[in-house]
Structures are given as structure tokens and as C-alpha cells.
Write a protein that binds this ligand. Structure first.
Ligand code: CA
Length: 218
């Protein structure tokens, strides 16, 4: 799942980026409010981690503009401002959650996952499609109860597909969600990951809808 990280502090940003990547997210990191707006307009993200005190455009303005465009992207505000009034203003501006610095990375990750779950209308953490289950926290996939070893990228790809069982996702949509900036995958990288997934899970589970895209079916 691709996450936009908006943070101008290099040390905090680097730590959060690494933490999120370690948890299996694809991360685009921008360091000012203007770059955040451009990224949000150009890409489909699963969630956004937003600092408020930013150069060029304040995080609160970025959030206002996003909601004005009726973009319902889950946003978690992460800031050094810890006054209750700031928190209320952030939530009123359309933040879905709020963390005060310094914060625990595991808590941030758990909260992002909770927001994504809520956004997808899932009550449980476990993602399921028939006999296939994916545990986003443990980074574990099981087929009929048996663990299936997947690479980080294969697991990320399956997570994107299984988030919407039965829905067909185009090659472009999958690539956009799977690869972040600065990652220039070989032109056939997606096909290779899909091929491996189908080999490990069975071609009947990851279906290719000719000319349209791919879907996961029970
Ligand atoms: Ca800041």
C-alpha cells in the first residue's frame, strides 16, 4: 500500500519512512506543503501521514485543500503541536487521526492500518478472500491454513488485490500503488511479481481479465 509522508524534519522523516517501509508500505516522502499538494493531486495513496509545521504551505492548508476537493484519503496528522485547540482544529479540518511528537512508530503503523481498514469498511485486521488470508501486521499469507512464503513485493501486491476482492485492477493502477517515486521498476517487473503470485497461490486465484487487468477471486 502506498503512503504519502509529509515531513520536513530530515531525522523524523527518515525514521518514519524506514519504519513504514519495514512494515511493508511503499512510501513517497515530500518535505514541504506545496510538494504534498502536487503529490496528492498526481497519485493514488492509501493513506497520508501529515506534519503541520511545513515550509511553503502549512499542513493544515494542505488538509483543507484536500477535503475541499472531496478527497476522502485517510489522513493522520503527526505534529509537535500538542495543544488541545490544535488537535481539535486538525480534526475539524478533516484529519482522521492525530499523533503528537515524539510518538512510537509501532503506534503510528497500527493507526495507519486501522484507518485503512475503516476506509475499506473492514472490521477485522485479517484480509480474506475465500481460503486465502493475509495478515497485514504479521506480513503473513495463508492458503487453506498453510503459510505461503512470499517476497515483500509479492505480499504488497497481494495486499492491494485482496483489499478489493473481485474488483479488476488495471496494470497501471497496480503499478501506481506498488511502486513509489525513485523506484524505476523494469517494464516487466509487475508481470514477474504477478507470475510468481499465481505460481504460489494458483492461477485460478489471481485471474487475468484480458485487456482489463487482474483480480483476486475466492
Ligand atoms: Ca515540521
Amino acid at each position: 500500500m502506498r503512503v504519502l509522508l509529509v515531513e520536513d524534519d530530515p531525522m523524523v522523516g527518515d525514521a518514519v519512512r524506514k519504519g513504514l517501509m519495514g512494515a511493508g508500505f511503499t512510501v513517497d516522502w515530500v518535505r514541504d506543503g506545496h510538494a504534498a499538494e502536487l503529490a496528492l493531486e498526481a497519485n493514488q495513496y492509501a493513506a497520508c501521514v501529515l506534519d503541520l509545521g511545513l515550509p511553503r504551505r502549512d499542513g493544515m492548508e494542505v488538509l483543507h485543500a484536500l477535503r475541499k476537493r472531496e478527497n476522502a484519503l485517510p489522513v493522520i496528522v503527526v505534529t509537535a503541536r500538542d495543544a488541545v485547540s490544535d488537535r481539535i482544529a486538525g480534526l475539524n479540518a478533516g484529519a482522521d487521526d492525530y499523533l503528537t511528537k515524539p510518538f512510537d512508530l509501532d503506534e503510528l503503523i497500527a493507526r495507519i492500518r486501522a484507518l485503512m481498514r475503516r476506509n475499506a469498511g473492514r472490521a477485522q485486521s485479517l484480509m480474506q478472500c475465500g481460503e486465502l488470508t493475509l495478515d497485514p501486521e504479521k506480513r503473513e499469507v495463508r492458503l487453506a491454513g498453510e503459510t505461503v512464503p512470499l517476497s515483500a513485493r509479492e505480499l504488497a501486491l497481494l495486499e492491494i488485490l485482496i483489499a478489493k476482492p473481485g474488483a479488476v485492477l488495471s496494470r497501471e493502477a497496480l503499478e501506481e500503488r506498488l511502486f513509489g517515486w525513485g523506484e524505476e521498476p523494469a517494464s516487466n517487473a509487475l508481470e514477474v511479481h504477478l507470475h510468481n503470485l499465481r505460481r504460489k497461490l494458483g492461477p485460478e486465484r489471481i485471474r487475468n481479465v484480458r485487456g482489463v487487468g487482474y483480480k483476486v477471486v475466492p
